[in-house]
Design a protein around this ligand. Structure first.
Ligand SMILES: [Zn+2]
Length: 113
């Protein structure tokens, strides 16, 4: 049997074990849902990493709740689509106005009306 050559004093033992204390882990916030997560790891609450869905969290839920979540997502996406379409229409209008102004300026420079 292996055996220590000399008695280890309480002080030596304490000195060795002075580095054994556990440190609190650093948690960062999930960018999507705001829950505390370990840095550089997927958020297990919403399944996102770097604003991209990596894990389908809904798979573990019962089917009724899955259906609810899918409906919610569909509604949100529809809203987003409508918003995007409205913004696109606004942009088109402003662009056409700008072009009108430019053309107006050109005609002024040319001297024709
Ligand atoms: Zn999250």
């Amino acid at each position: 049997m292996p055996h220590p050559k000399k008695k280890l004093t309480k002080a030596a033992k304490g000195q060795r074990r002075s580095h054994h204390a556990l440190k609190a882990i650093n948690l960062s916030k999930c960018e999507n849902c705001g829950k505390p997560i370990k840095p550089h790891r997927v958020c297990l609450a919403c399944g996102q990493y770097k604003k991209r869905e990596v894990i389908d969290v809904t798979k573990k839920l019962p089917k009724k709740e899955q259906a609810k979540i899918i409906k919610k997502k569909a509604k949100e996406e529809n809203k987003d689509l409508k918003k995007i379409q409205k913004e696109a229409v606004k942009l088109k209008k402003t662009e056409s106005k700008k072009e009108d102004k430019k053309e107006g300026m050109k005609s002024v420079v040319r001297g024709d009306k």
